[in-house]
Design a protein around this ligand. Sequence first.
Ligand code: NAD
Length: 366
Amino acid sequence: MPDKSYKIAVIPGDGIGPEVTSSAVKVLKAVSEKFGFELNFSEYKAGGCAIDEFGIPLPEATLEGCKSSDAVLLGAVGGPKWDKVDAKIRPEKALLGLRAGLGLYSNLRPALLFEELASASPLKNVSNIDILIVRELTGGIYFGEHGRYDSSELLSDGSSKGTVAFDTESYSVAEIERIVREGFRYAMGRSKKLTLVDKANVLESSRLWREVAEKISSEYPEVALDYLYVDNCSMQLINRPETFDVIVTSNMFGDILSDEAGMITGSIGMLPSASLGAPGTPGMYEPVHGSAPDIAGTGKANPLATILSAAMLLRWSLDETEAADLVEEAVKKTLKDGFRTVDIASGDSDTVLGTEEITAKVLERI
Ligand code: NAD
């Protein structure tokens, strides 16, 4: 009987979600057997399938099941079938409910270029891209005060302003401290380089981020901290992506930059992510892509983003580092040996496989 045992909540979701989570669960089972720890999986519904069955996207049982687990593995939610449901119960509400309910304030989005897939990058002559974007997930402008009002003020051309809409960016020292500290912690485990991305030339909230980061940097003297304005960062990610290591930033800047960084590494089918809360609470792991309704049920979905999300789960929630390394190595070897799903296939020498077949290749390499 293994002496280590973990509870994993699995939310397959909609579209290709069940196909890719099934692959990741097989991989998790294989490494748990190899390294002698036990994984107990429980499946829960969220998203469109939960709307169909329960009339709401996030049933209480799902949230409670996730809360009482060590980690959550999620496929994807949503699809055209639920596009017209009431905005209050849209499938995506399940994600917001899970983030809020589990207190997930930190979003990790690695952008790693697999050398074998370099030709899929829209950039020429790229190599050695390995960036970790640490995005604050529960504060900032997405959660600040929003509103509209009517204004009788005039613009310089004499026209009346009319209706005004506003969204407020606000951050507290405590919110900045906990996410910036995460950034330093990840940088310590990597190349010891941290870039804080902000707009401190214009925004007061960004100036507070800098003050807090400067203060915390004294606790991590080995980490080289630098600052970049977000507009410059978006250029430098294209110009010199290989020079970045860990980027820490606010909710909105992280949202935009992580998509940009993901794109330069090639296919959306390769991008994993993690959302984490306070130490000791369950993290949630999911591919960056959506439910891909256009290919759901065809057996063509690339499961590697979800398998790499499972590797993050092993690393960050279970502290099973060797198992995480092995999963990542197995994915790399699978690509090196020329196996591809259709979304990442390019050359004639590639062997194009379906979801289950490429999962089998990863399993053979574990
Ligand atoms: P999408 O990521 O589902 O698909 C975009 C394109 O990428 C499609 O052509 C799809 O076939 C392809 N693709 C995505 N994942 C793939 C994979 N693993 N293998 C091969 N090809 C893949 O984005 P979308 O089409 O904008 O959204 C579809 C649905 O997913 C919508 O309902 C959207 O709201 C939802 N969505 C959910 C999440 C989530 O659950 N976290 C994230 C994004 C979108």
